[in-house]
Design a protein around this ligand. Structure first.
Ligand SMILES: [Mn+2]
Length: 355
C-alpha cells in the first residue's frame, strides 16, 4: 500500500481496508477499549530501587510506542489481537509517588555503594518501604478488579518489584498456583539494602508472604549470592531453579532444548503465573536493562518454554513483563524486543486458556 493510497488496500494485518476500521490509537495500534478487551495491560512506570542502570520506569511507555510496529499476525500464534488488547491508564498518583520513591531509594542505594552506615539513611529506607507498600496495595486491588471483570491481566513494569502486587492478586484467586520466573537473578535476597521492595528481593517476598504460591520455578538464573542459593536448596522443593549454566551445559552437550523446556513445564502445577524479567534473555536483546548479565536465554528458547507450558495443558493465569529499559539514546531496540515478547506472552496466555 503506497503512502498516497489511504482509501483502500491492505492494513498492517493484511486485511482489506475500506475506511471503516477503528482508529489505530491504542497499544499494538488497536482501537479496543479496556471494557471490550479480553487482555488488559496494566502499566507500572516505577523504579525505586535500581542498583545498576536506570530507565525501566520508561519501559511501559516505550513498549506501548514500539507495540504499534508489531505485526498482528503471528506465525506461531495466529491472531491474538482478535481477543482484544487494551492498556489501562497509569494509576492515579503513581508517577508522583514513583518519583518520591526513586529519590528516597537512590539515597539508600548511594549510601550502600559508598559504604556509609545505613543508619544515615534510615528515614529514606522507611519512606521507600512505605511507598513500596502503597504501590503493592494499589496494584493488587487494581489487578483484582480486572480479574473480577474476567480480564487476563498483563502487568508491564517498571522494576521487578512491581510484580508483587499482581502476584498477590492472582495467588488469592488461584490458590496452589505456581510461578514461572524468567530472570538472570534469583531475586531471593532478604530485604536487599534494607528495602523490602527491592527488585532483588521480590521473589523472597513472594515465597515469604504468599503461601498460596505452591512452587516457584526459576529459569535463566546466573547471578545470585550464596544466601539465595541456600534459600533454594533449603526450600524443600518449593523453589526449583533451572540455572543458566546448567541449561547451557546441557545444550552444549547436544541435549534437546525442547526436552529441557518440557522438564521446566513439568515442575509446575496446573495454574501458572509467568513473571518475566527481560534480563533472563541474552543481553543483546536487552542492552539497556538495569542489571544485564552475560549468558541467558535466546528469544526462541524463552518461547519454547512458554510453548511447552501450553502443550502440557497448563494454564497461564496471568503474567508480567519487567525491567525493559529503552535507554537514554532513544534507541528503540529494547522496547521493540519488549513489545514483541509482550505480544508472544499474550498469545501463549490466550492459547493456554483453551486447553
Ligand atoms: Mn528480577
Amino acid at each position: 500500500m503506497g503512502d498516497d493510497d489511504l482509501s483502500g488496500g491492505q492494513g498492517r494485518n493484511g486485511e482489506e481496508l475500506d475506511g471503516s476500521e477503528p482508529p489505530e490509537a491504542g497499544v499494538f495500534g488497536l482501537g479496543d477499549t479496556v471494557a471490550e478487551a479480553r487482555v488488559v495491560i496494566v502499566p507500572v512506570p516505577w523504579e525505586a530501587t535500581a542498583t545498576g542502570g536506570q530507565g525501566t520506569a520508561a519501559g511501559p511507555a516505550a513498549i506501548a510506542t514500539a507495540s504499534t510496529q508489531v505485526d498482528l499476525f503471528d506465525v506461531e500464534l495466529g491472531e491474538p489481537w482478535r481477543a482484544g488488547i487494551a492498556q489501562a491508564p497509569v494509576l492515579a498518583q503513581l508517577e508522583q509517588r514513583a518519583r518520591q520513591a526513586r529519590d528516597h531509594g537512590q539515597r539508600v542505594v548511594a549510601a550502600f555503594d559508598e559504604g556509609r552506615p545505613t543508619a544515615e539513611v534510615a528515614a529514606d529506607v522507611a519512606c521507600t518501604n512505605e511507598l513500596t507498600q502503597w504501590l503493592a496495595e494499589q496494584i493488587e486491588s487494581e489487578t483484582d478488579r480486572w480479574l473480577e471483570a474476567g480480564k487476563l491481566v498483563a502487568l508491564v513494569g517498571g522494576d521487578h518489584s512491581v510484580a508483587f502486587g499482581s502476584l498477590g492478586a492472582h495467588a488469592a484467586r488461584h490458590p496452589g498456583m505456581g510461578v514461572l520466573q524468567f530472570d538472570a537473578h534469583a531475586d531471593l535476597r532478604v530485604a536487599y539494602q534494607g528495602l523490602i521492595g527491592s527488585h532483588a528481593s521480590v521473589m523472597h517476598r513472594v515465597m515469604d508472604e504468599l503461601p498460596q504460591v505452591s512452587r516457584l520455578v526459576s529459569v535463566g538464573v546466573r547471578d545470585l549470592c550464596l544466601q539465595e542459593h541456600r534459600g533454594i536448596v533449603d526450600s524443600g522443593g518449593r523453589i526449583v531453579a533451572f540455572f543458566d549454566a546448567d541449561i547451557a551445559a546441557q545444550v552444549l552437550k547436544g541435549e534437546s532444548f525442547c526436552g529441557i523446556a518440557e522438564q521446566i513445564a513439568d515442575e509446575l502445577p496446573e495454574q501458572v503465573y509467568v513473571t518475566f524479567d527481560i534480563d533472563a534473555l541474552e543481553p543483546s536483546l536487552c542492552p539497556h536493562t538495569g542489571t544485564p548479565v552475560p549468558g541467558g536465554l535466546s528469544f526462541h528458547q524463552a518461547l519454547a518454554i512458554l510453548d511447552a507450558l501450553c502443550r502440557s495443558g497448563r494454564r497461564i493465569v496471568g503474567f508480567d513483563l519487567c525491567e525493559v529499559a529503552p535507554g537514554s539514546g532513544g534507541g528503540g531496540w529494547d522496547a521493540s524486543v519488549g513489545a514483541r515478547l509482550l505480544y508472544k506472552l499474550i498469545g501463549y496466555a490466550l492459547r493456554s486458556q483453551r486447553v
